[in-house]
Design a protein around this ligand. Structure first.
Ligand SMILES: O=C(O)CCC(=O)C(=O)O
Ligand SMILES: [Fe+2]
Length: 255
């Protein structure tokens, strides 16, 4: 590991209020060149090693930052990243609780089925989401894993049941098809191009989002950081989330 930080950002106190305002206004913020190219290279090498050992497929690694010394450990635990996520999150949703640890997931689309995991539109469980692109396919437009967003489509809900009902309405096959059609009818408004080296932020809880498919045998890798619980550690939501972890682990380990 190098001693210099891979994160090139001013202090969280300096930028959090502006970033939060921009997120309210535009629904999506790009922090240009905020990650050193050599960090991206190390993250890529990690993913390549993992694919060489486990084969090309769609999988997620839950909390890759737990691996000490990994590029994910370095980025997710960087005080500027933690401070920024907590800073903007507290401005947007004062009732939220913030764990000491930022929840993180490494998501990889590889192998012959480039459509795996695409257009599965959802709201995240957390106040704010940071997306760190590591590999993005450079194939034909609209078939290269571009992110689709419907920014700030709902407020932070006070009620867990309203939240779950709303998620049930949009997170099913029928609704996914309809949302995909809606996005494809107006791609200039909904499509976000992601470039490794930049950091992207959106209000994950409020923003319906998913990614376009990739061509077969593409490689697409993103690191997702999720922070702030608008429902303050509600027991029902904890149960839902631990169920999701089981599914993700199954995806990761299946042959
Ligand atoms: O990989 C992406 O572009 C988005 C993934 C996502 O939304 C998530 O894991 O919550
Ligand atoms: Fe998400």
């Amino acid at each position: 590991m190098t001693s210099e930080s891979a994160i090139r950002l001013p202090s969280p106190a300096e930028i959090a209020p502006d970033v939060a305002r921009q997120l309210d206004r535009d629904g999506f913020v790009c922090l240009q060149d905020a990650v050193a190219p050599e960090w991206v290279e190390r993250a890529r090498a990690y993913v390549r090693r993992h694919l060489a050992a486990n084969g090309d497929k769609f999988f997620s690694i839950i909390r890759p930052a737990d691996e000490a010394g990994s590029p994910f450990d370095e980025l997710v635990h960087d005080p500027k990243i933690v401070g920024l996520l907590e800073g903007v999150g507290r401005i947007a949703c004062p009732q939220a609780t913030f764990d000491d640890e930022v929840y993180n997931v490494l998501r990889v689309i590889a192998g012959p089925k480039g459509t795996d995991g695409s257009c599965e539109f959802h709201y995240d469980a957390t106040v704010v989401t940071m997306l760190v692109p590591i590999f993005m396919p450079e194939g034909e437009p609209h078939n290269s894993g571009e992110l689709l967003t419907f920014p700030n489509k709902r407020p932070y809900r006070g009620s867990v049941l309203t939240n779950l009902a709303e998620k049930a309405l949009v997170q099913n096959k029928w609704a996914w098809d309809r949302t995909e059609q809606e996005a494809r009818a107006n791609l200039s408004q909904h499509m976000q191009l992601l470039h490794p080296g930049n950091l992207y932020l959106f209000w994950g809880y409020r923003t319906l989002h998913g990614n376009l498919p990739c061509a077969p045998n593409s490689l697409r890798t993103t690191l997702l950081l999720h922070h702030g619980d608008p429902h303050g550690g509600n027991a029902l939501l904890k149960a839902v989330r631990s169920g999701r972890k089981v599914v993700e682990n199954w995806r990761r380990t299946r042959a």
